[in-house]
Design a protein around this ligand. Structure first.
Ligand code: SAH
Length: 469
């Protein structure tokens, strides 16, 4: 479509940005005399709410369009200079051009709007999002895609927004490699690059399916300093492996080096197995007093400082007592389960990834926790089969797509006193809370925690109780 009544493709317009989309684009409204009085919405990437901009219309749909930012004529008071020179192109950060205070306010409003619009909780007000004191270099995990540029040079970095073209880490130099990653991960990427170039180890090419090195995964346990590196490869083994492990072993804290073969032709990053080629199979991190061993294929939260806040919030909402039976669904390596087990009678964890369940069992042992049991499988299949008595409390922490409908129905049918929903996807959270509310649960408390400063995601913890308790 190139024309909407009153507006055309290639028009250059000046207008105020008055809103922001959930993925961080500014939105301005052009008055075309619509009945709703709000105007025709134009999405402008890299514009901030409050900016007065000049922008060129590049695409029109029936009820909204896209415009390219040409100039910020009057900057918003919330605008700041991004720390990272690649912030605009890189798909990693969406909010670096906004002050941290404005980022937190935006996330709060976004959650309120989704809860009202999708969840039916009209007029809901939630407390401020708990942010970080220092919202930079907070990530303990990096997943660098590896490829080649036009000249055949190895590139290691991050995908540009909405594409698979890789922005090399040397474009991020002004921000010491990457403004949100740990500096050691950048050093590790540089060592891998040098090794690939010295020994002519080919990068993987997505188009042809040829080449070897696909991704470099790094993880650092901030509390112990232990580091893990996992190379995801389009093959079974690494050539010149000893040269690589020798170079990597010189990084202080290096504890585990492994490879994970993955010959799939889709977007799944990790392979199904990981083989240790140097050092231990796992690294160990502490959150609060509890130690966790982490293997390369297991999920582990990426922001350890905020994870502690998140788990403490979940624990205080769940408030387990000595005799309580608690189920922790989507439990990963048992992180929340072990927090709960310190207070509860018995905790049952359920997780789909077998390596994570193995970690969870070892973690219980490692911490001398004897009242936690773990099952491998889908939450929606395992709980109905294994729950012999009514759970007092259920905690769920599903991936972004939310809970399976049959699991929500099971929860409503069995009727635990309290349900704690930890969510990294506020839209699916709102959808699921609506179902639970219709099933007789009342929303009692909600607290958002900012696990992803500079990015557009937000984590929420919600307490629901049976309406009559
Ligand atoms: N609570 C954990 C993990 C949360 S991430 C923590 O805080 O560390 C979500 C987890 O759900 C992942 O470990 C993923 O492997 C798992 N998962 C995804 N689908 C699942 C399902 N249907 N049943 C059980 N676990 C699932």
């Amino acid at each position: 479509m190139s024309t909407v009544k009153g507006i055309e493709k290639d028009d250059i317009l000046e207008f105020r940005i008055d809103d922001m989309s959930t993925d961080g684009s500014g939105i301005g409204h052009i008055s075309l005399g619509q009945a709703d009085g709000r105007g025709f919405a134009l999405f402008v990437k890299d514009a901030a709410p409050g900016d007065f901009v000049r922008a060129k219309v590049i695409r029109l749909k029936k009820s909204y369009g896209y415009a390219r930012l040409l100039e910020v004529l009057e900057p918003s008071p919330d605008r700041t200079e991004p720390l990272c020179p690649a912030a605009r192109q890189c798909g990693g950060c969406q909010f670096q051009h906004l002050s941290y205070r404005a980022q937190l306010d935006f996330k709060k409003n976004m959650v309120e709007n989704l809860l009202a619009r999708i969840g039916g909780f009209e007029g809901i007000k939630i407390p401020p999002v708990i942010g970080m004191e220092d919202p930079w270099h907070y990530r303990n995990k990096a997943q660098y895609p590896v490829g080649r540029d036009k000249n055949g040079r190895t590139v290691i970095g991050f995908y540009a927004g909405r594409t698979h073209s890789i922005i090399d880490l040397d474009k991020y130099e002004g921000a010491e490699g990457c403004a949100i990653q740990d500096a050691d991960s950048v050093t590790i990427a540089a060592i891998c690059r040098q090794w690939m170039e010295s020994f002519r180890v080919p990068a993987y090419d997505e188009k042809s399916g040829k080449g070897l090195i696909r991704h470099i995964l790094t993880r650092k346990a901030f509390s112990t300093g232990q580091i893990m590196v996992c190379l995801i490869i389009n093959g079974q083994s690494l050539p010149h492996a000893r040269d690589l492990t020798q170079a990597l072993a010189a990084v202080p804290g290096m504890t585990s080096i492994c490879v994970s073969p993955n010959k799939r032709r889709d977007n799944v990053i990790l392979g199904e197995r990981a083989k240790t080629i140097w050092g231990s199979d796992t690294i160990t991190d502490y959150i609060g007093d509890i130690g966790y061993r982490i293997s390369p294929l297991s999920f582990y939260q990426v922001n350890p400082v905020q994870t502690k806040v998140l788990y403490e919030t979940a624990l205080s909402f769940a408030d387990p007592k000595e005799g309580d039976t608690v189920w922790d669904l989507y439990c990963g390596i048992g992180t929340i389960s072990l927090f709960l087990a310190q207070k509860a009678g018995r905790v049952y964890g359920v997780e789909i990834v077998p390596q994570a369940v193995e970690d969870a069992r070892k973690n219980a042992q490692l911490n001398g926790i004897e009242n936690a049991v773990f099952f491998t499988g889908k939450a929606e299949e395992v709980v109905p089969r294994e729950a012999k008595k009514r759970p007092d409390i259920i905690v769920v922490d599903p991936p972004r797509k939310g809970c399976d409908r049959s699991l929500l129905d099971f929860i409503i049918k069995t009727g635990p006193d309290r349900l704690v929903y930890v969510s990294c996807g506020p839209a699916t959270l709102a959808r699921d809370l609506k179902i639970l509310a219709e099933g007789g649960y009342e929303l009692k408390k909600i607290q958002c925690v900012d696990m992803f400063p500079q990015g557009c995601h937000v984590e929420c913890v919600v307490l629901m109780s049976k309406a009559n308790t």
